[in-house]
Each structure stands twice: as structure tokens, then as C-alpha cells.
Write a protein that binds this ligand. Sequence first.
Ligand SMILES: Nc1nc2c(c(=O)[nH]1)N[C@H]1C(S)=C(S)[C@@H](COP(=O)(O)OP(=O)(O)OC[C@H]3O[C@@H](n4cnc5c(N)ncnc54)[C@H](O)[C@@H]3O)O[C@H]1N2
Ligand code: MOO
Length: 423
Amino acid sequence: MRKLESARITRPQGAAMTVDTHAGASVEFDDARSSAYRLGTAGAADSLRTIPVDGRPDPVRYVLARRTVAAGRVPSADVAAMDGFAVAGPSPWTLVGTSLAGDDPEVPQLEPGQACLIATGAVVPAGTDAVVRHEDIDGDWPPTGTVVNPRGTPRRRNIRRAGEEIEPGSAIGEPGDPVHAALRGLAAAAGLDELCVRQPPRMALIATGTELTSSGPAAPGRVRDSITPILRQLVPGAGAEVISAERVPDDADLLAERLGAAIDSADVVVTSGMASRGPTDHVRSVLAGLGARPVVSGVRVRPGGPASLALFGRGSGSVPVVSLPGNPLAAVVGFHTLVLPLVRGLVGAALPALAAAVLHGAPEPHPHSSTVVPVEFDDDGRLSPTGWHRSAQLRGLARQGLLAVLAPAGRESGATVRLLRQD
Ligand SMILES: Nc1nc2c(c(=O)[nH]1)N[C@H]1C(S)=C(S)[C@@H](COP(=O)(O)OP(=O)(O)OC[C@H]3O[C@@H](n4cnc5c(N)ncnc54)[C@H](O)[C@@H]3O)O[C@H]1N2
Ligand code: MOO
């Protein structure tokens, strides 16, 4: 049975972190996700930031810190849902005026037998029973004098009632909701100018490898660092800010020094490479030497098995350190397994449920580990593996940024998989 150890650590902001640590044994994919998420929620700091509703594009996916309530009413008055005629009483109607969006209606009150030419979104005069679409009336356009609808007063009233979508004080978002584009639009519609969000965790990236280069084609024996560019894109989407990104050669002393500096300046540290147990794979031993406590020591997932999570405590603070494998596809799997859940926990957001899908041509599941493969939808919406599934290969993932998680053999019915998206 897996050994569970309880560790109590205090954050600089004063929040106490109580974590279950899976020291030693590797854990299943879902258990690894929830351990990382729980560690994040336990360490979530309640520091806040105010962002404008209508500002520059966000540098990270922010998360609401509070229940957010509407300031205004939507719609702000009874308005027409169609272009046509506001009418009172049965057809025919005498045309008595106009109402355009942004202006008061020329005629404040309609009497039975009267109509007012009206634009979509314009305020309907008092006494209006319905708005008749202009294509439903007889006669010439623009109309003069009398307006006739052969079908009488329409069944649909085509009026959006004041406050039918939002009343002042009604909740439009809850703590932990991600501030995506539609929520921003809803906040604007509801009359808000600012949103109160969680301060994003500051993340330091350390890519290890003497062979790594940072520009141009790699010379024989060298490797262009492809993990840092991926993480720079994925981390803000998870809700954290990348405050530094550096490359460190395979040297244990140097790694210890750079890890120590990163831990001092960041809320979360993510390393890549040196994660396995080869001759230059120093991350585990360096972290152990620095006194870090293992939380997840390997995951039963292929690729991405060597990913691990540890907590580094210094003084009254503690900093989670995620170690990702050096193979780029394996690093992306490790990001989804440990980094994203940890960050979602730290910002008080929910751990995202993974959408289920049916995979055609799925590989044989592994007896004990989850299997992750790059997949793509064709024009008919059929999901299939892309090929290029080896842990050093990014070509398959680059097609649509989609990964499918196959449960170990015997766990899922048929070809049902769960999807990991790179957004
Ligand atoms: N004897 C064994 N060898 C390996 C095992 C094992 O269980 N026994 N596991 C394999 C698995 S699985 C993986 S994944 C890798 C993980 O290795 P490391 O995390 O120690 O990574 P490195 O050895 O540093 O690098 C592996 C590979 O990836 C390249 N790399 C590293 N960083 C980057 C980067 N930022 N961008 C692009 N490519 C990178 C590196 O040059 C190597 O080619 O170990 C297997 N071996
Ligand atoms: O598990 Mo490694 O992470 O496949 O290539």
C-alpha cells in the first residue's frame, strides 16, 4: 500500500499548507492530478489584483477572487428584438413615429391602432403589445400612413424585457471562475469597469541540459530547447505568470544554486530534464539535498512517467517544485498532470474536468499505466491518433494541440478517451 505522509508547511502570506505526500511510489494519472491540485488549494494565497474590464489582452488567464455582481440592468429598458413596427391593438395601425437605438422614442405612448417604426435594440413606446417584423407587413418600404399585417398581431412579441437577463445585484460570476472572453463581455454588459481577480502565482522555469541551445538549428549533438517556448504559452493559460526562464547545464552544483535562487524569487518552480535516473539526472538528488519533500514521485503515465512534485520549504515559506521529463512530449504530459492542476489550485479555480471522446484506431492500453497520444479531429469530427506519439516528438501534438488519455487496460469501455487541450 502507498505510504501517505502528512506535512505541514506555512506560506509567506500566512496560509498553512497541509499536504498528503506520495513519497516514493509512482501514482496513477488521476491521483497525481488531484494531489497537485490539493497542494495548490492548500497553499492558495488570498492576494488580489484589480483588472479593467475593457483593457489590453490579459497576460494570463485570471480567475475571479470574489462573487461578482451586476451594477446595471440588461436590457436597460424594454427594447425591440427585431426591426419593424411597435404596435398597439389589432392590425391595421396608423404610423405615428419612429424609435431608433440610442434615442428616446418620438412617441412616448402608443394608443390602440397606432404603430411606431422601430429598430432592433430601440426602446419600445409604452403601450406596445408587440413588434411586427418589417418583412411581415403588406405594402411598400419605407411605409407611409397605414401599416397592415395580414396575420394580425404576431404570436411572438419580439420585445426584450428590461432586466430579463441581468438585474442589478445579481451574480454574474463566482470566486474561482476563469475570466474568459465571454465573462469579460458579460461584465461589461452588466455595467462593471473592473474585476477583482486573484494575484497570479509567479513561476520560474529552469530548462536543464548541457546540450540545449536557444536559437537556430541545433548542431550535431546539440538540441534546441523546445520545452521553454511551450511552457511560456501554456503557463499563462493555466493562470500563472512566467517571471524567469533560464537554461542550466547538467551540473548538480549549478542546478542547486539556480534552484535556490528560483525558489527565493518565485511561488512555483518548474524544471525540465534531468528528471529520470541516469548518470546526469540530478534533479531528484539536488532537491533532496536542498531538503525538499516529495509529494508525487513519478506518475503511471506514458510518456511523462518521470514527472514529480516536491515542496521546498525555507523559513516560514514553501515553494512547490515540479520536475518535468526532458523529452518534449513527456514534458507536456507532465505539465497537464502536475503543473496545471497545481496552478488551478493556487488561484482558487476548479480542477478542469477532462472532456470524454471516442478515439478511432486507439492503441492497445498499457496494463498498468495511462497512455497519452497526440490526436486530431478530421473534417467529419472523427478523432484519430496523429502518429508521432513518441515522447521526443512534437509533430503530432503540433497538429491540433490535442492529447488523448487512455486509461490502463480494462478501466474504460471501448475506445473512450479523455482529452487534454493546449489552450
Ligand atoms: N535507462 C533508462 N533511461 C531512460 C528512462 C528509464 O526509465 N530508464 N526513462 C526515459 C524516459 S521515459 C524519459 S521521458 C527520459 C527522461 O529523461 P530526463 O528527464 O532525465 O531528460 P534528459 O535525459 O535530460 O533528456 C531526455 C531527452 O530530452 C531532450 N531534452 C531535454 N530538455 C529538452 C528541452 N528543453 N527541449 C528539447 N529537448 C530536450 C534531451 O536532449 C534528451 O534527448 O529518459 C528516458 N531514459
Ligand atoms: O515517460 Mo518518458 O516521459 O516517456 O518518455
